[in-house]
Write a protein that binds this ligand. Structure first.
Ligand code: PLZ
Length: 496
């Protein structure tokens, strides 16, 4: 019933062209307030009540005030009086609706979203199948705690994870609330299964903000500053970072492997290592794509030494890089995989999936949490996964790469500030440096991002040195928005 009121996407996703109906669409906010018999009364929205989120939202940029506008600025002041200072914002526009690749703010501006809420809304905001499944589930039951009385949705999400993650071996999964929690639990499983303590991580890594995952995260400011002491038995190794590898990109894979394995031997001892944890494409640390051969070499080394190889696919997973998982590009099969973000179309859900014998090494009651695998989040994940398969979102990510990479390379050719263009699928980035050097230029990256924001495009920075601009559009974003976003970026460089 609700489904029938929702129109299909209005975007012109690459290779398709669709009309843009909007009037009959209803938003999740309305769904919540309409009751089963209809009679729409919009509550809880102070402005923009005529604009409804979801794929039917007009897929265009439209600025009616400066960014942020007066109503966002008022809300920001209010926020300052009630919300802790420790939370910061990329762009303080207050959102009232979102759909496809567009965010609408309280002032009525429509912004192009090249961030997907940090690689989360890969299926687009308020995607049809996510909304319909969540709506159904939320009316059925909201919580039992899987450890108290289980439900099918949890099992179904685990079945999907076992089927979709790399490798055809026997697998088991467990669900959690956040990426950090998934990483913590993957380490717990690896330590329990191996009886070893040490965890090996890499330069530029990001694994979360809890105590253990802060220890595993490389960058001090803002993630770790003043928050220690950190969990022990975490050892950091150099990352195979082609652009910055001293011996040059061609020798990076081989040399990095040799440095990492000899450092583990000398400083930790292979027999003490429970797990090597790596993002197959590093996210917050700068969208660093390791050179071909590095990940397979590392996985083989782990296997030879009884070390659990954990791929943190929280940012790179679920179609983002043009395949279901970034490990798939080189046929790497991790022992454990952590997932979150894109898995559930915007609802909080995370998973650990891996070899049955490792996952099942933990005693009953050893894993869990009150909310992990909440039924509403599971429903969202099933809707998101269904969307990814039906709409072939790995192919959509590859089309985005095919469309964006050449233009980013052109921009780099004309602009000596851009030292490197890299990434895969719809996980792309440019690294800014002082011309002719590899010295990071964070100020230039911040300036370009700010100009883009002012012109109605959300773009995020990242990198240990803060000098990387990253592009993470929803995989359903249409060609015209992508093209417009790239033009905004090019214009921002022209005004530097
Ligand atoms: N592992 C690879 O990318 C989350 C962090 C944003 P949570 N990245 C966005 C911020 O500043 O907090 C992330 C990740 C990888 C783990 C995590 C942690 O996931 O869901 O944020 O806990």
């Amino acid at each position: 019933m609700i489904q029938s009121l929702r129109h299909h996407r209005s975007g012109d996703r690459l290779g398709t062209s669709l009309a843009s109906p909007r009037s009959a669409a209803i938003s999740p906010a309305q769904v919540a307030s309409r009751g089963p018999q209809g009679g729409v009364i919009v509550t809880g929205m102070t402005t923009q009540s005529a604009i409804h989120g979801g794929p039917s939202l007009p897929q265009h940029r439209n600025l009616v005030t400066e960014i942020p506008g007066p109503m966002s600025r008022d809300l920001f002041e209010r926020r300052g009086r009630s919300v802790a200072r420790g939370l910061s914002h990329v762009l303080p526009v207050f959102v009232t609706a979102a759909g496809g690749g567009v965010l609408v703010d309280v002032d009525g501006n429509s912004l192009i979203d090249f961030g997907s809420g940090i690689a989360v809304t890969s299926v687009g905001n308020s995607a049809d199948l996510v909304v319909s499944r969540v709506t159904e589930q939320v009316a059925q039951f909201t919580h039992t705690c899987f450890m108290v009385a289980p439900y099918e949705g949890y099992v179904e999400v685990c079945e999907q994870l076992n089927r979709l993650t790399p490798g055809t071996h026997d697998k088991r999964s467990a669900l959690f609330n956040s990426g950090a929690e998934a990483v913590e639990n993957a380490v717990k499983v690896a330590r329990h299964a191996t009886g070893r303590d040490a965890v090996v991580v890499f330069d530029h890594a990001y694994h979360g903000r809890t105590n253990l995952t802060m220890a595993m995260t490389a960058k001090n400011m803002p993630y770790k500053e003043g928050f220690g002491p950190f969990a022990g038995e975490v050892y950091r190794m150099p990352m195979a970072y082609p652009f910055r590898w001293p011996g040059g990109p061609a020798r990076c894979a081989e040399e990095a492997l040799s440095v990492v394995t000899s450092l583990i031997h000398a400083q930790v001892g292979e027999e003490n290592v429970a797990a090597v944890v790596i993002e197959p494409i590093q996210g917050e640390g700068g969208f660093i794509v390791p050179p071909a051969g590095f990940l397979p070499g590392l996985a083989a080394y782990c296997q030879a030494n009884g070390i659990v190889f954990i791929a943190d696919e929280i940012q790179s997973g679920f179609c983002r890089t043009g395949d279901w998982f970034a490990c798939d590009h080189e046929g790497v099969v991790p022992d454990l995989v952590t997932t979150a973000k894109g898995i559930a179309g915007g609802l909080p859900l995370a998973g650990v999936t891996g070899r049955a014998e490792l996952m099942d090494a933990v005693h009953p009651g050893g894993l869990g949490g009150t909310y992990g695998g909440n039924p509403v989040a599971c429903a969202a994940a099933l809707g998101a996964i269904d969307t990814m398969e039906k709409e072939d979102l790995p192919a959509a990510a590859r089309s985005i790469e095919a469309m964006m990479l050449p233009r980013l390379r052109q921009l780099a050719a004309a602009n000596p500030l851009i030292g490197d263009v890299r990434g895969r699928g719809a996980m792309l980035a440019i690294e800014l440096v002082r011309p002719g050097t590899i010295e990071p230029d964070a100020a230039a990256a911040a300036k370009v991002a700010k100009t883009c924001h002012g012109n109605g495009m959300i773009v995020l920075t990242c990198g240990t040195f803060g000098n990387v601009l990253r592009f993470l559009p929803p995989l359903v974003m249409g060609e015209s928005l992508l093209t417009e976003g790239l033009s905004i970026l090019e214009d921002a460089f022209a005004t530097l």
